[in-house]
Ligand binder design. Structure first.
Ligand SMILES: C[S@@+](CC[C@H](N)C(=O)[O-])C[C@H]1O[C@@H](n2cnc3c(N)ncnc32)[C@H](O)[C@@H]1O
Length: 247
């Protein structure tokens, strides 16, 4: 099976903006979400970190509410798409594993986000625990961590495992989910029109089956105060604060 990075670079990244409904619509959605849930930057010198930033639908909005932003992603294609839209905004784009985000900061951050089901892309629960320890060690006292992800802990069964993602006259993307004990294998089945024919390409990758309760209690074990709520598009959102005085 391809790694997450290979799956994105060879299969998903070239169609990701289309899958998200187009750049303008996605950036508007990111702005609405950021404006609704993220604290404003107390000053321009404050850092926000976007872990798995993709093409920047949240990073751009974070810069617009006053942060200097570190946007980290393993996909060069998606980072190129972001760079084409950031203009003069203070966004530092970095191609690296998000687990290494601390290597690219020289001070604390006031806000860290990991949006759009990126968390489940990590290889195992130990990596998630390590990430949360690094988040807690990087946040300023009073700072916030926000994560949104899909809850795959209860498996879909039978035909419910076939999920239509997006389609138009020239492209159809469908997911098929296959569960094991700790992960779900996501098969992305893409059909693209080629003249009067259709070309099919298929690639698969693994996502972790993380329950919101486990994610919440793991963050609390790192000293964060956690609120769990519904997110957008069927995701779960956790908003975690490092209380003043905890450092
Ligand atoms: C589902 S997309 C979400 C993108 C963006 N946060 C959003 O909400 O649209 C997951 C992103 O995480 C990136 N990614 C997955 N695993 C990663 C890792 N270990 N390090 C860095 N980026 C990663 C992918 O390249 C992709 O851009």
């Amino acid at each position: 099976m391809p790694s997450v990075t290979e799956h994105y670079e060879n299969h998903l990244a070239p169609i990701y903006v289309w899958m998200a409904g187009g750049m303008d619509a996605a950036i508007s959605r990111g702005q609405a979400e950021v404006n609704a849930i993220c604290p404003r930057a107390p000053s321009q010198s404050q850092w926000a970190v976007d872990l798995g930033a993709g093409f920047g639908m949240h990073a751009i909005a974070l810069a617009d509410i006053g942060y200097s932003v570190l946007a980290i992603d393993s996909s060069g294609t998606l980072l190129d798409a972001m760079r084409s839209r950031i203009g003069a905004r203070p966004i530092k784009t970095v191609r690296d594993d998000l687990l290494c985000f601390r290597n690219h900061l020289d001070g604390p951050a006031f806000l860290i986000v990991c949006m759009g089901d990126t968390l489940t892309h990590l290889p195992d629960q130990q990596s998630v625990e390590q990430l949360f320890a690094d988040v807690a060690a990087t946040l300023e006292a009073g700072g916030t961590f926000i994560v949104t992800f899909r809850d795959y802990s209860t498996p879909l069964i039978g035909l419910k495992r076939f999920i239509p993602v997006r389609s138009d006259a020239d492209r159809i993307l469908t997911c098929f989910l296959e569960y094991d004990e700790v992960a779900v294998t996501v098969h992305d089945i893409l059909h693209e029109r080629n003249g009067s024919d259709w070309r099919q390409s298929v690639s698969a990758y693994r996502k972790l089956r993380l329950s919101p309760d486990w994610v919440g209690s793991t963050l609390e074990a790192k000293g964060l105060q956690v609120r769990i709520e519904p997110g957008l598009a069927g995701m779960t959102r956790l908003i975690a604060n490092l209380l003043p005085g905890r450092r």
